[in-house]
Design a protein around this ligand. Structure first.
Ligand SMILES: [Zn+2]
Length: 417
């Protein structure tokens, strides 16, 4: 009898092993795009094989309001530290750039989480414009076009116009405290030489770091100042074009990256309204020129700048060739723009990702699902829209799961707070 029991036990155990290795798929990494409305915040979770209860967490952008922070707290699970205290740890927090809709919750995150490292541009709103004006005034002063008194008065007036926002200052203070109190590593692109050692320099000079067994994070764009002087970018293009873009992927033992997802922040790739064939600019130009082999043939893409028309150039989308696209947008600015979505769908059809608009839209997920915009988005995405639109925040979170076998699953989820 006991032999039968043992055999049965063995059979069940063996069956269990068989099920887990034969059918269940192992998660390589998981991204949850929080429905923050017109803004961005996503949590990347990477399994930790040596301590399964303590996955690695990477936060890409900080959302727009307090409710978003509650979702972050629900997604980033607490654990006990060596002193027996319950802490929520973020291994890397990324501020893609300094627009309010991306950094609003910085102060709360740095107050309530233990953040091991922050990656940021160090480029704040208005700084670039202010420096340009200062240079011009210095020239005028040198040529006696203005006197010293006028120079300082004009400088003071412009400093007022271009001063950093309150949100930026509060976030900056919170980061400063975390650096001093818990030794958070400040990966600030303005003085990266001193602090960049947390990342290593990979092939092509890309800054990279590996989490878990083989999940690689590569910084494929991101600037402390706009990248191309010759492009004469407008102020908003300069600020957004500085966005830090992060490529996430599974690295095999030959160093090849697979099952790739690209975070683009609000990066810029074209002047709004320009022709489809105009050459890519700013961040998209940089990624194409420098890292084309890395960013091509993505499994997933965060559509840049909430689906704005000043990003997602034809050349970039055809190269990136995403299987799935996630759009973080709210009822503001008519995002995503129908022009950008049409370019995406045209690129998908050209690359045989899908055959027609209706099938393509099954691969496009948006946090403003059911919204109704003025730009006829329904013709691009074909989604069913509420009659009056204004899709609320917090009801269309997107979960993107990448598996070790190279497959991906994407769905809308609820987050219990
Ligand atoms: Zn934005």
């Amino acid at each position: 009898m006991s032999q039968i029991k043992n055999n049965l036990k063995c059979l069940l155990l063996c069956a269990g092993v068989f099920v887990s290795s034969g059918f269940a798929k192992d998660v390589a990494y998981k991204i949850t795009m929080i429905d923050v409305g017109a803004g961005l915040s996503a949590v990347l979770e990477i399994p930790n094989s040596t301590d399964p209860q303590s996955p690695y967490y990477i936060l890409y952008d900080f959302g727009t309001r307090n409710a978003d922070f509650k979702f972050m707290k629900a997604l980033i699970k607490p654990k006990r530290n060596e002193f027996g205290e319950t802490v929520r740890t973020i291994d890397l927090a990324v501020a893609s750039h300094t627009d309010q809709d991306h950094i609003d919750q910085e102060k709360n995150v740095f107050r309530d989480f233990e953040v091991k490292a922050i990656l940021r541009t160090g480029y704040h709103k208005g700084k670039y414009e202010f420096d340009k004006i200062k240079k011009m005034l210095q020239t005028q002063l040198a040529q006696n076009m203005i006197d010293k008194e006028e120079y300082f008065e004009l400088l003071r007036q412009n400093l007022n116009v271009f001063k950093p926002t309150k949100t930026w200052e509060e976030g900056n203070e919170a980061i400063g405290r975390e650096i001093v109190e818990s030794g958070c590593i400040d990966l600030n692109l303005r003085h990266f030489d001193e602090n960049g050692m947390d990342f290593s320099c990979g092939a092509d000079g890309v800054l990279e770091k590996t989490y878990g067994n083989n999940i690689s994070i590569k910084m494929v764009a991101g600037f402390s100042e706009p990248p191309y002087e010759d492009e004469n970018l407008a102020q908003s293009e300069s600020l957004n074009g500085a966005s830090i873009a992060l490529l996430v992927g599974v690295e095999d033992n030959r160093g090849t990256l697979g099952n790739k997802f690209l975070f683009t922040g609000d990066t810029v790739g074209r002047h709004e309204g320009s022709s489809d064939n105009s050459p890519p600019i700013a961040g998209e130009r940089y990624m194409i020129e420098k890292y084309s082999s890395l960013i091509k043939n993505l499994s997933g893409l965060q559509l840049a700048h909430h689906g704005s028309d000043d990003a997602s150039s034809k050349a970039f989308l055809e190269l990136a060739n995403p299987q799935y696209t996630l759009i973080s947008a709210g009822h503001k600015h008519n995002h995503p723009r129908v022009e950008a979505v049409n370019r995406l769908i045209a690129a998908m059809i050209k690359n045989d990702r899908c055959q027609d608009e209706n099938r393509c839209k099954e691969y496009v997920f948006r946090t403003d699902r059911d919204d109704q915009e003025d730009f006829g988005i329904e013709s691009a995405l074909g989604a069913s829209h509420a009659p009056k639109g204004k899709d609320p925040k917090g009801d269309d979170h997107i979960e993107y799961t990448a598996y070790t076998d190279g497959s991906v699953e994407v769905s809308y989820i609820d987050i219990d707070i």
